[in-house]
Write a protein that binds this ligand. Structure first.
Ligand code: KG4
Ligand code: ZN
Length: 480
């Protein structure tokens, strides 16, 4: 595991050459608990703005909600095994349903998430991408997962021009970023979280209020997830691991059993199925919050406390709010098994979390305008705010941000909910943008060819080389 010299050599042979104007790209995403593979074709937009737009030719998405739900969080070993099973199934599916006239040889490049993410997961996507690029004789483009989330907003909106402000809210990250352009040096991080990410806080609070007891399975889905019909087009497979495994003759792998019986770090106690939902916990909490009254159980807004050393700081923080919810749930007269109680706590949590986002957005807009004035000489060049990442699928968050942005004369741009959570489309599109970029050197240079994938890769910076800690007694192929 880790830096694989042979794999780097192999990938180096597939390094992109000249820019391609309107590319068709196959993208692979395996950074956490979703195996996403997709082909995206780019076009010149028909409107006067002349930007590029993308359309999805084919998509495979196998999520692992059902697999991890029982443990109260993503179990890396389970996720890794699931990608190992699902990546070949996904590639086979895409081969058979490419949506392209002459199949996979019609693509211009293979793009892959090379970080940040879980090393044990990234490696499966990366290996498959190198293999496919070599087989097809096409360039390989390494994509930063965070940049994938950000660029997803441009796929359906060619009028979104740089510079723009980004609020990235996912399960792994919460940050405000100023986007100047694609690739190396293209992004300036304005603020990030001091502790948990917003998605993590949603997930933990969802478990505290026993969201699984109060919600239907479909409540964990976001608006347009529910519309995904696996039979409607050969291009899509429903979001479950079990389905992906079972769709193959002899499929249906009991991965949890395999991992639990293997040696290594214990995966933890299995939870009661009523404590969780087979879908995004954040989406289920949003549904529950809609039925509650936030004023019944008021909670503090992070970083607003006058005496705190972090008062008015340019940063996100959700750990204090999460602890406040925990203390509330532990009070003897609070019974979260009562749906109305749970929904009021959910509504109150969501309200405080979004008030905090509102505060930080104000700082972000002011800081972005200052930076833009310094760099471009005109603060008015900031025209839009993008919100992306899993939590951006939240309808109340979108409504709040829309209102704030119009107050500042800014346009809010949000990808459709299905492109907010992890998927292969955003990686394929990011690859297409990089390949077509007029600043292609900067766009492509962030793929440091001395590394394969890197669990920690800050957006807009050069990809760091990842040297894994090797457990005694285990050999690894590493580069000194
Ligand atoms: O971007 P994403 O799919 O994965 C990461 O890159 O981390 O984000 C997943 C996160 C999870 O924490 C999930 O609960 C949250 O996004 N999420 C939501 C909603 N849909 C997904 N949080 C709040 N409201 C939603 N509707
Ligand atoms: Zn993500």
């Amino acid at each position: 595991m880790g830096v694989d010299v042979d794999l780097i050599e192999e990938a180096r042979k597939c390094a992109p050459g000249a820019a391609i104007e309107l590319p068709t790209v196959l993208g692979i995403e395996t950074s956490c608990d979703d195996t996403g593979i997709a082909i995206v074709r780019s076009f010149q937009a028909e409107d006067a703005q002349g930007g590029m737009v993308g359309s999805v030719c084919s998509e495979f998405l196998a999520s692992q909600f059902d697999l991890h739900a029982a443990y109260g969080g993503v179990v890396p070993r389970l996720a890794s095994r699931a990608h190992e099973v699902n990546v070949p199934i996904g590639i086979q599916h895409i081969r058979e349903h490419s949506g392209l006239p002459i199949g996979l040889s019609d693509i211009d490049a293979v793009a892959v998430t090379a970080g940040p993410g879980l090393a044990v997961c990234l490696r499966h996507g990366y290996r498959a991408a190198v293999k496919l690029a070599t087989e097809l004789g096409k360039p390989l483009i390494k994509v930063n997962h965070l940049e994938g989330h950000i660029l997803a907003a441009r796929m359906n909106d060619p009028s979104l021009k740089y510079p723009f402000l980004v609020l990235l809210v996912s399960g792994g990250h919460t940050m405000l970023v100023l986007a100047h352009g694609t690739g190396l040096g293209g992004y300036a991080v304005l603020s990030t979280t001091l502790d948990d990410s917003m998605g993590e806080a949603f997930d933990k609070v969802a478990r505290m209020v026993r969201v699984g007891m109060h919600c239907l399975a479909s409540d964990g889905l976001n608006a347009d997830d529910a519309a995904l019909d696996p039979k409607a087009s050969g291009a899509r497979i429903q979001r479950t691991l079990t389905l992906a495994g079972a769709s193959r003759p002899g499929g249906g792998h009991d991965l949890a059993a395999v991992v639990e019986q293997s040696h290594g770090v214990p995966v933890g106690k299995r939870r009661d199925a009523s404590e969780t939902v087979p879908g995004h916990l954040g989406a289920a909490l949003e549904t529950l919050a809609r039925q509650g009254d936030a004023s019944v159980a008021p909670l503090p807004v992070p970083l607003r406390g006058g005496a705190s050393k972090h008062h008015n700081r340019r940063a996100f923080s959700f750990a204090g709010l999460k602890s406040a919810v925990m203390r509330l749930c532990e009070q003897p007269d609070v019974d979260v098994k009562d749906r109305s109680v749970a929904s009021c706590i959910a509504a109150s949590f969501q309200h405080s979390a979004f008030e905090h986002v509102k505060d930080q957005l104000e700082f972000g807009i002011a800081d972005a305008r200052t930076l833009i004035a310094e760099r471009h000489g005109d603060a008015a060049a900031l025209l839009a705010v993008v919100v992306c990442g899993g939590v951006a699928a939240n309808t109340s968050l979108r409504a709040m941000l829309n209102e704030r942005c119009s107050m500042h004369g800014l346009r809010l741009v949000v990808p459709p909910p299905r492109l907010c959570t992890d998927n292969g489309v955003m990686i394929a599109w990011a690859g297409a943008e990089k390949l077509a970029s007029t600043i292609s050197d900067a766009a492509l240079a962030d793929a440091n060819w001395d590394a394969d994938f890197s669990p920690r890769w800050p957006v807009g910076e050069r990809q760091p080389i990842y040297l894994p800690r090797v457990r005694p007694g285990r050999a690894a192929t590493t580069r000194a």
